[in-house]
Design a protein around this ligand. Sequence first.
Ligand SMILES: Cc1cc2nc3c(=O)[nH]c(=O)nc-3n(C[C@H](O)[C@H](O)[C@H](O)COP(=O)(O)O)c2cc1C
Length: 314
Amino acid sequence: MNKITQLFNIKYPIIQGGMIWNSGYKLASAVSNAGGLGLIGAGSMYPEVLREHIQKCKKATDKPFGVNIPMLYPNIEEIMNIVIEEGVKIVFTSAGNPKTWTSFLKEKGITVVHVVSSSVFALKAQEAGVDAIVAEGFEAGGHNGRDETTTLTLIPMVKEKIQIPIIAAGGIATGRGMLATMILGADGVQVGSRFAASIESSSHNNFKETIVKIKEGDTQLTLKELAPVRLIKNKFYNDVQDLYEKCPTKEDLVQLLGRARAKKGMFEGDLEEGELEIGQIAGLIHEILPAKQIVEEMITEFEIARQEKAKFEF
Ligand SMILES: Cc1cc2nc3c(=O)[nH]c(=O)nc-3n(C[C@H](O)[C@H](O)[C@H](O)COP(=O)(O)O)c2cc1C
């Protein structure tokens, strides 16, 4: 048992990050059934769609699972009420102020975790009363902090500041990566990109095939003026870069981004015009695998690496 397996009552301290257009009930329940913690990503779901996914997840697993709620969500109150009505026990909040919803959720007996990208925000989350934080480095897929702090530097700096459990995220797809961040001070890991390329991910097969094909250097953090996001360098990304050369206003960027780009890319499989969110570690992801196999391989490699480490010599 460690702090994270105890907090969530799970077997392994591996959390599958909530991911828009990727993490519906199929992925979340598969990860939970494999001994990790699966999260339904509410960020791309209308309220009633989320309710349906929670209900289906309850049928697909008797193990703990949670819901990830980006707080920029327009129907946030409705989403929070659905989570309460459906008896969800674990909520991961992100992209917003942890003070806004933490006490509301805690009063209802929900375990609350907040995602941060700096030790300053980690402290704020701790003060807001969350049970744990996800410290997410610059390598990560999806939306990210502006400071470009890498996981390697973020985890020990957060560890120095806070006392509550830390879940490391950003660039972790293997047991060795997991062990490394735990040596730095994390109590568990949150994995996104590796699970985006799983059989159970709800994203389009074109997107999954692209994840396993791309190499080191094929992603970049961009759109910092709006909400920084790490994208695959496809046509849409190049259009953004071309626009940057013309010193665009924020409105120009909003206009280029338009609506539903992420859905177009990741869910509908438009590899040219869509937004394709993935982390740097995609360069190490070579196969689309079942979620259970991903969890098992991570744990096996973690154990091997741990034993090797015991034999390190100088
Ligand atoms: C396609 C994709 C979508 C994501 N969507 C969300 C989201 O809706 N909410 C959130 O808090 N994080 C989101 N993330 C971040 C993940 O939950 C996770 O923290 C991150 O992927 C970890 O880094 P990694 O990609 O290197 O594993 C997303 C990541 C990816 C790759």
